[in-house]
Design a protein around this ligand. Structure first.
Ligand code: NOJ
Ligand code: CA
Length: 863
């Protein structure tokens, strides 16, 4: 696919210079407009390298640049300068169609260094280095040249060689859909990761590495370099034949960039990723509009309705009309309809081969629904769940968008939830990058906006193709239906995933404990926290995900109903990675504030000096209230109005897993006479704060009744979202599960080993300990590779009493239970420790080969 615009430089060059390279004696430097950030380019033994200084301190040590092309080897990838180094100053201000700011400044200094290979075939490429106040970026350019027409990139040698072992937040590159939790480790422990990765030295230096303008190229992951542990090397997702990129000259590559700042807010507020992308390619953009939407969606995720046809089918004409009425009554722009089309029957068992994107199920008249929506002022959002079956979708794509457009549908949510077809195609490789792009291009032809789930990670392309509104690439709300995330997931995302661009988390769950049949499933936040996410998680297509009946009469709903999804101004007021986040955003004259905390309760004092000093405001405050935390009464919320101004300081007392959301409406002073002031609210907060400190702990010891022991025992494995039956019915209730792993007495853990310790409270004469493991390969449930049991009298010295290795029988689809029993002949025991090693990724014979397997463990039964 050729992209002309990508071959042209933007035309906002203010200043242009030709610098004879002799001046630099093989070294070129370029610094940020404020002179604080400096990038040095050099050739070390004919190898191109760069290094980076911030306020005279080295942050990146010499790091390699360049490629291996065709049959080139490291030994032959040697270069020298080829003529003049060109430099330019970039200075422009532009207005995005929607975004976190209504105006964006693009100010940087840039160098372009031209290189030629020392030996035959004398390949030539250049390196473009651009330095902003908040970071630097570089990309490569292959000019037209006789010996490089069509070619293969077999490796991109780009490195990021950090000077210190910073603390890092990252997501492992598992080849998947970016739906893991972010991990925190020292940089030196990073092995293979997706970007963005966020780094800090503690509290005065913050950095993040990511890619921008990913077009017709492979996605970049990072691997620890073999040379040393602080050096990360670019790792391009390969084609099935091992090639990384198949391309031709002339060609620009995507940007690689590093954000660098002394404060976290500079990272969060940075718009560099957009500045590194070309301006909009569409001439006419009136059809592109941010949207807030509800959906026939959560009812399927909570198993009340089905995507597929049948008695519980969700996307029927009748359901759609009633959802439209709800949306219309609450000024919600649009209704997403999942499960509207034929072909979902086999999706649940991993087969997407019968999806038909132009045929509705018989109980849905889509044209009638769209017309009804139009009459009520509610747009319909279409849905294409490809299940990862790319050929099937590419065959139907044009017809499918044409069909939607003929009905008057202007936005589509896509999905790739399933194993990729063709098998062996990398989700992040050049082929898939081009696939996602061709979906956006085809949609644009039909004036359709895209929200892509299970997408390629965003790289700022919404500037160039603004109908690519948002996407997923995040462990979103849906996970609460099978493996709820901890509250700290939400306080990590603003500083990690968010840096790559908007995401559709599907926020707005009001009934947070929703599954009476599976009580361990819940959203681990308070309701005030859910509301705050509308301010903290930016997405210009943003969902109000819950069922109308759970929202309609909820006093918290007006916040979700009125909050904008695109902003004029954005500020991170306070924050700490993984701990908390306070953001304020402005739309016209109104300000909106969101504050969230992790599993710790927290007191934050927030000066309101971001408000206009000349103005009085009504603050509509939605706050955690007594008795609320992530676990108990999460839906309780206090809602009240106060009269405030820019001189006030708001005391936000947040419950564990809690939050606070505020809408600030400027008003005439006379209209606030009867409202209490900030002091009244702050007094309430002081009382709540003490109570919140007593709230339910998350991730610590829990006491549970153990039937077999006939007493309360302490379970020391942290309460973890990995245990599907966590909470009150953990591994230790002593009730043996039935063969049906879904009955709640089994604990599922995916892709991880399990260690659990039981404290029986006092020494007991134990005659046997048993554990059971389930094998059910159809549901990806494998028995552990190894199980080891230890006992202890004092909790310090443990004695191993048994160990056993297991093997899941290949191609065996039966549900089998493997029992692990240890006879102890009345030994005095107080602590019991169990270690179970996960079977690892699903083996080659399995239909979902390569995905992480589940381990299902029944109770630790002590007799
Ligand atoms: C996964 C998506 O992330 C989710 O939003 C969607 O509802 C399901 N797939 C079904 O397509
Ligand atoms: Ca998903």
């Amino acid at each position: 696919m050729s992209r002309k615009h990508n071959l042209l430089q933007n035309t906002f060059v203010v200043f242009f210079l030709m610098i004879p390279f002799a001046l630099f004696s093989q070294v070129a430097t370029v610094s940020s407009p404020d002179q604080r950030l400096l990038v040095k380019f050099d050739l070390h033994d004919s190898v191109p390298v760069y290094q980076v200084y911030y306020k005279n301190k080295q942050l990146l040590r010499p790091s390699q640049l360049g490629f291996l092309l065709n049959s080139q080897t490291i030994a032959t990838a040697k270069y020298h300068l080829d003529g003049n180094i060109t430099s330019q100053t970039i200075s422009e201000t532009w207005k995005p169609l929607y975004g976190q700011f209504s105006e964006i400044k693009n100010q940087a200094n840039q160098l372009q260094i031209h290189l030629v290979q020392n030996n035959r075939p004398f390949y030539r490429f250049s390196i473009i280095i651009r330095v902003y106040n908040e970071g630097f970026a570089f990309r490569y350019y292959f000019p037209e040249q006789p010996n490089l027409k069509q070619f293969t990139i077999t490796d991109e040698l780009t490195e990021f060689n950090f000077a210190k072992d910073y603390t890092a937040w990252w997501m492992k590159d598992d080849g998947g859909i970016y739906e893991q939790l972010f991990q925190r480790t020292p940089l030196s422990k990073v092995k293979n990761i997706f970007t963005p990765i966020t780094l800090t030295d503690g509290d005065s230096l913050f950095m993040a590495v990511h890619q921008a303008a990913l077009i017709d190229y492979a996605g970049m992951s990072l691997v620890r370099s073999a040379k040393d542990s602080l050096r990360l090397k670019c790792d391009l997702a390969p084609w099935p034949d091992g090639a990384k990129v198949k391309t031709w000259a002339p060609r620009y590559t995507p940007w690689r960039y590093v954000l660098i700042a002394n404060q976290l807010s500079d990272l969060v507020e940075s718009q560099m990723i957009l500045n590194l992308n070309d301006s909009c390619t569409y001439k006419e953009v009136s059809w592109i509009k941010p949207q807030k939407f509800t959906g026939i969606f959560w009812a399927m995720h909570t198993r009340q309705w089905t995507w597929a046809d049948g008695p519980l089918h969700g996307a029927t004409t009748a359901h759609a009309k009633s959802y439209i009425e709800f949306a219309a009554a609450h000024h919600i722009d649009a209704l997403l309809m999942e499960g509207w089309n034929r072909g979902w029957e086999t999706w649940a068992v991993g087969d997407s081969s019968v999806q038909d994107f132009t045929q509705a199920y018989p109980d849905l008249n889509l044209a009638e629904v769209v017309a009804y929506g139009k009459q009520k002022g509610v747009e319909i959002i279409g849905h294409h769940e490809t299940g990862g079956n790319i050929p099937l979708y590419e065959n139907q794509m044009s017809a499918a968008f044409k069909y939607y457009s003929s009905l008057g549908i202007h936005s589509v949510k896509t999905g790739y939830s399933g194993t990729m077809i063709p098998r062996g195609m990398n989700r992040h490789g050049q082929q898939m990058v081009n696939h996602y792009q061709s979906v956006v291009d085809t949609a644009a032809k039909y004036r359709i906006m895209i929200d892509s789930h299970e997408p390629i990670i965003p790289t700022g392309l919404s500037r160039t193709y603004p109908n690519w509104m948002t996407g997923e690439a995040v462990r979103g709300m849906e996970w609460c239906n099978f493996d709820p995330w901890p509250p700290s997931h939400l306080t990590t995302l603003p500083y990690t995933r968010s840096l790559a661009g908007p995401f559709d988390f599907t926020i707005g769950i009001f009934k947070l404990k929703y599954d009476t049949l599976r009580p361990w499933l819940r959203v681990n936040t308070t309701l005030a926290n859910q509301l705050a996410l509308y301010v903290i998680f930016y997405s210009p297509m943003q969902m109000i995900a819950d069922l109308p009946e759970n929202m309609e009469h909820n006093k918290a709903f007006p916040f979700a109903e009125t909050v904008p999804v695109s902003w004029d101004e954005t500020r991170l007021l306070q924050g700490s990675i993984g701990e908390f986040s306070v953001m304020a955003r402005r739309k016209h004259q109104q300000w909106w504030l969101g504050a969230i905390t992790n599993e710790q309760n927290r007191d934050l004092h927030i000066p309101l000096n971001f408000l206009s000093a000349k103005q009085r405001y009504v603050a509509e405050i939605y706050a955690d209230t007594l008795g609320t935390d992530w676990y108990n009464k999460p839906e309780t919320i206090a809602v009240a109005k106060y009269s405030v101004d820019a001189a006030d300081t708001l005391h936000a007392a947040l419950a564990k897993g809690g939050g606070l959301a505020v809408r600030f409406v400027p008003v005439d002073k006379s209209k606030t006479k009867n409202l209490p002031g900030m002091g009244v609210f702050n007094q309430l907060q002081a009382t709540n704060s003490n109570a919140f400190a007593q709230g339910t702990l998350y991730g610590f010891k829990t006491k549970v009744s153990h039937l077999a022991v006939g007493a309360k025992v302490t379970y020391q494995a942290p309460y973890s979202p990995d245990y599907a039956a966590g909470g009150d019915s953990t591994l230790t209730d002593g009730i043996l599960g039935t063969q049906n792993c879904r009955d709640g007495n089994w604990q599922g853990i995916q892709g991880k080993d399990e260690v659990a310790t039981l404290d029986l409270g006092k020494l007991k004469a134990v005659s046997s300990i048993s554990l059971r493991f389930l094998q059910y390969t159809k549901d990806w449930i494998f028995i552990p590779k190894q199980v080891t049991l230890y006992i202890s009298a004092d909790g310090k010295t443990y004695t191993q009493v048994a160990t056993e290795t297991f093997e899941t029988i290949a191609k065996d689809e039966r549900a089998l239970i493997h029992e692990f029993v240890v006879n102890l002949a009345e030994t005095l025991v107080r602590y019991i420790k169990m270690e179970a090693t996960n079977a690892g990724p699903l083996p080659a014979w399995h239909p979902a080969a390569g995905n992480p397997s589940w381990m299902f463990c029944d109770e630790v039964v002590v007799k």
